[in-house]
Write a protein that binds this ligand. Structure first.
Ligand code: HEC
Length: 225
């Protein structure tokens, strides 16, 4: 009994100490000061395990289709290359200023296609990685994943050859940009918090909800070269 009381007092003391440290602003949140080693390790475990668990039920379509890769390349250059860089990019000042730093996706990436899809669709909390599922339908996201499988092997010339011709407005019309694929439920912390098979669990949009992004509507971007 005495031992239990001791443990309880210790836990209470610890909680109060943590509360005081938070209150006085002791922890450094500046992006130009890395986390303490233990904190960094912990945050990485949370991120990696969370992505692994949630991507487990995702069904991966065929990804070696040339049209998918081309469409994905256009999206990548417009939406991703500022942070994740393109083949031959030497100016890394923007990604270098972010913390966590976005990995170079021009180098081999150890996420599986299912995990890449999940990350692109849902984003990563407390990082600069956006949730593209808010503005892009699954077809576009899988096209980007198809392109990512090809990206590490591309030379700058091969990369540029995949991009839509400048001024080509038919290649990436952005019909879905303003239409969320899924209406967030008011009050729900995150509609996608089911760990297993999250993407199969998504119900079809009901008639009174905003329509889903049409799968065949192409999306438009300014292409960054
Ligand atoms: C504003 C910057 C930014 C943009 C734009 C951005 N990302 Fe990210 N992305 C990040 C950051 C930062 C991380 C790392 C997050 C972390 O480790 O917690 C990340 C992580 C990722 C990862 C996980 C990589 C890994 O190895 O863990 C993938 C895949 C990814 N992004 C793909 C994309 C794609 C595809 C696009 C465009 C559709 C994109 N990102 C746009 C900042 C960005």
């Amino acid at each position: 009994m005495r031992f239990l009381r001791f443990v309880f007092s210790l836990a209470l003391l610890l909680a109060v100490a943590v509360g005081v440290l938070v209150y006085i602003g002791w922890y450094e949140v500046a992006a130009d000061k890395p986390h303490a080693q233990g904190v960094e390790w912990f945050v990485e475990q949370v991120r990696d395990r969370s992505i692994e668990a949630r991507a487990r039920g995702v069904q991966v379509p065929k990804l070696d289709d040339e049209a998918m890769v081309r469409d994905g390349a256009g999206h990548y250059s417009a939406m991703c290359a500022d942070c994740h860089l393109a083949p031959g990019d030497s100016d890394t000042s923007f990604p270098d200023a972010l913390y966590p730093r976005p990995p170079r996706l021009t180098a081999a990436n150890d996420l599986t296609p299912a995990q890449q899809y999940w990350v692109i669709k849902h984003g990563i909390k407390l990082s600069a990685m956006p949730a593209w599922g808010a503005t892009h339908n699954d077809r576009s996201i899988w096209n980007i994943v198809a392109f990512l499988q090809r990206l590490p092997a591309l030379t700058p010339e091969q990369y540029r050859a995949l991009l839509p011709a400048q001024g080509d407005t038919t290649a990436h019309q952005h019909g879905a940009l303003e239409t969320p694929v899924q209406e967030p439920t008011p009050g729900a912390p995150n509609a996608q918090s089911v760990p297993a098979q999250p993407d199969e669990a998504v119900p079809e949009a009901k008639p009174d909800e905003k329509p889903k992004a049409k799968p065949d509507e192409p999306e438009q971007h300014e292409t960054r070269r």
